[in-house]
Design a binder for this molecule. Structure first.
Ligand SMILES: *Cc1c(COP(=O)(O)O)cnc(C)c1O
Length: 367
């Protein structure tokens, strides 16, 4: 039986091995283990890639969110609006700066926060909105930004899954006051360990993030404020420098794969393919369909060697860790329905046409 995994980092490594090994060796020989020249180079190149003025390399995507929230002044007693249909890190970062996550349901077509429902959730404690560009599909930024301006709120983009995604032709990450990326190995741009990044067009916010992530200091042993230890490793900077050069080609391939699936399933009523909003050119971190009886479909696909997966089976408000919010089933029906029906099909740039045909044939048989 052939096996087609959800993603295959080994296959990607084989294509870039000859570049990666010497770059990692150089970091070790220079003993620039934490930050250093490779990381600085990556900050420069990643800012250019995101069409922003500044980028700061940090320890991981969760820290990126936490530092960004702190850097724009969010803390104890504040409320931050976000989506319950995301990876838990979005809510955790809000919690650990001392603020309260306030959820707003998602749009049923693109799984990002439903901008038309945000204003109803605003109170006199609301200080910020975190839209999540889930699966690599940009949220409806113009509507979100106009609400934020009206109510004087900060906007922090969670772009952890959306490196290079376009909103009305411009890269995500440049719309909010600040934006956060994850370079976890499985993300579209992934390091060889944990890593994250923050981008902004505001020099003061970027500087705040940089200092907060380095013990509150801009000069060694001079501590301006209480900070954290969240700096990118030199090795991760070197790996990301190389991979960033390949990212446009990989993104193009992810979109080709998405188009292949879209076409293959267009006459299959049992498979609802993703819908790209009019403003969006997504980067398909995940290719997510909806099916009836999702759990049994997924299990049959897995038994047939197809790495179908679920992102995410349970919205945050139904997780035990968010129980303190006291929100039950029925609070966010669109997110809950998505949680019951979504299924991610294998989608990574190294997939061959043969593998795609095999996935399609097996899905058609199973549904
Ligand atoms: C991966 C991810 C994060 C957290 O990133 P880490 O690097 O794993 O800490 C945050 N938000 C979303 C939407 C993610 O997918």
């Amino acid at each position: 039986m052939i096996k087609i995994p959800q993603a295959d980092l080994r296959a990607q490594y084989e294509t870039i091995k000859d570049e990666i090994i010497p770059a990692i060796t150089a970091v070790i020989e220079k003993t620039q283990f934490v930050r250093g020249s490779a990381t600085r180079q990556f900050e420069e190149d990643f800012a250019r890639y995101c069409e922003t003025e500044h980028a700061v390399a940090v320890g991981n995507g969760t820290d990126a969110l936490l530092l960004a929230l702190r850097a724009v002044g969010i803390g104890e007693g504040d409320e931050v609006i976000t989506t319950p249909f995301t990876f838990t890190a979005t809510g955790e970062a809000i919690h650990w700066v001392g603020a309260k996550p306030v959820f707003v349901d998602i749009d049923e077509n693109n799984y990002t926060i439903d901008a038309s429902k945000i204003e109803a959730a605003i109170t006199d404690k609301t200080r910020a909105i975190i839209p999540v560009h889930l699966y690599g599909h940009p949220a409806e930024m113009d509507a979100i930004l106009s609400i934020a301006r009206k109510h004087d709120l900060k906007v922090i983009e969670d772009a952890a899954q959306a490196h290079g995604a376009l909103y009305k032709g411009k890269k995500v990450g440049q719309f909010g006051h600040v934006a956060c990326f994850s370079f976890y190995p499985g993300k579209n741009l992934g390091a060889y360990g944990d890593a994250g990044g923050v981008v902004s067009n505001d020099a003061k916010i970027a500087d705040n993030v940089r200092r907060l992530g380095d013990h509150g200091s801009s000069k060694k042993y001079e501590n301006d404020m209480m900070g954290f230890n969240s700096r990118m490793d030199g090795i991760q900077g070197a790996v990301l420098n190389i991979k960033l050069k390949h990212l446009p080609a990989w993104t193009k391939r992810r979109r080709e794969i998405a188009a292949y699936y879209d076409d293959a399933f267009k006459d299959v009523a049992a498979v609802q393919t993703p819908r790209e909003s009019s403003w969006a050119e997504g980067v398909y971190h995940l290719y997510v369909v909806q099916v009836d009886e999702r759990d049994s479909v997924k299990q049959k696909l897995n038994e047939a060697g197809i790495g179908a997966a679920i992102h995410y089976p349970r919205p945050l408000h139904l997780q035990k860790s968010y129980g303190f919010l006291g929100l039950g089933r029925g609070s966010f029906p669109v997110a809950e329905r998505a949680g019951d029906r979504v299924m991610s099909l294998p989608n990574y740039p190294e997939m061959t046409e043969g593998m795609l045909a095999e996935v399609v044939a097996t899905v058609k048989k199973v549904v």
